[in-house]
Write a protein of this length. Structure first.
Length: 207
C-alpha cells in the first residue's frame, strides 16, 4: 500500500531541497530532518503494552512499545542519510546495508555489497532510499531481505515516480511504501521529473 506523507513541514522542506541552488550542507540537513518526520508515520502502528511506573506524584499504568525489534536498511549510498534520520527517532534499531548502483546503459541495479543483522528475520526492516524512480533497486533490496527470511518490510523514500511505485507494488504487494511526494514521471534517462536531481550526488557533493 502507498502512503504519501504530505505534512506541511515535510512539503516545505522538500521544496527547498528541490531547488537547484540549495547547497550540499543544507540539502543533507533537510533530508535528515524529513527522515525523522517520516519516521513518526512509519512507526505509527508499532504495538504497545501496559506497564506500571511511578511518576514523582503517584504510581500509574502507562504504555510502552511492546519489544518490537527494528532494523533500518539503507540502499547505499543515498539511503544512508535517511537511515540517520530514522535512527535519531529509533536509536536502538540495528542497521543493515545493501549496496546497489544503477548501470547507466541498462538502467538496471547491480548489487556490490550486502551486510544484514543476523536476526533480520525477526525484525521489522525499514528500507531507505531517497528516490523511488524505476523501482528496480528498491525491489531488489526487498528481494534480498526476503531471501534472508525477513517478512516484515516497509520502504521509506523521499520522492516517488508512478513507474517505480507501480513496479514495487506489483512485485511486493505485502510491502507498505512511504513517500513524501509523488512526482509526474521518469524522463528518458530514468530520472524523476521534476524530482530533485541525483540525490546521492547532492548529499555528498559529487555533482
Amino acid at each position: 500500500m502507498l502512503h504519501v506523507i504530505n505534512h506541511p513541514l515535510i512539503t516545505h522542506k522538500l521544496t527547498i531541497m528541490r531547488n537547484k541552488n540549495t547547497g550540499t550542507k543544507e540539502f543533507r540537513e533537510l533530508l535528515y530532518e524529513i527522515s525523522m518526520l517520516m519516521s513518526y508515520e512509519i512507526t505509527r502502528d508499532l504495538p504497545l503494552e501496559d506497564v506500571v511506573i511511578e511518576t514523582p506524584i503517584a504510581p500509574m499504568k502507562a504504555q510502552m512499545i511492546s519489544g518490537k525489534k527494528l532494523a533500518v536498511v539503507p540502499i547505499l549510498r543515498a539511503g544512508l542519510s535517511m537511515a540517520d534520520g530514522f535512527l535519531k527517532i529509533e536509536p536502538a534499531a540495528k542497521v543493515g546495508h545493501i549496496g546497489l548502483y544503477r548501470d547507466h546503459e541498462t538502467h538496471q541495479p547491480v548489487l556490490y555489497y550486502c551486510k544484514l543483522p543476523e536476526d533480520i528475520s525477526e525484525r521489522l526492516a525499514i528500507v531507505t532510499d531517497p528516490m523511488l524512480a524505476t523501482g528496480g533497486s528498491a525491489s531488489d533490496a526487498i528481494n534480498i531481505l526476503k531471501k534472508a527470511g525477513c517478512r516484515n518490510i516497509k520502504l521509506m523514500c523521499l520522492v516517488g515516480a508512478p513507474e517505480g511505485v507501480e513496479y514495487v507494488s506489483k512485485n511486493h504487494p505485502d510491502v507498505d511504501i512511504f513517500i513524501a511526494a509523488m512526482d509526474k514521471c521518469l524522463n528518458e534517462n530514468k530520472y524523476i521529473v521534476p524530482g530533485l536531481g541525483d540525490a546521492g550526488d547532492r548529499i555528498f557533493g559529487t555533482i
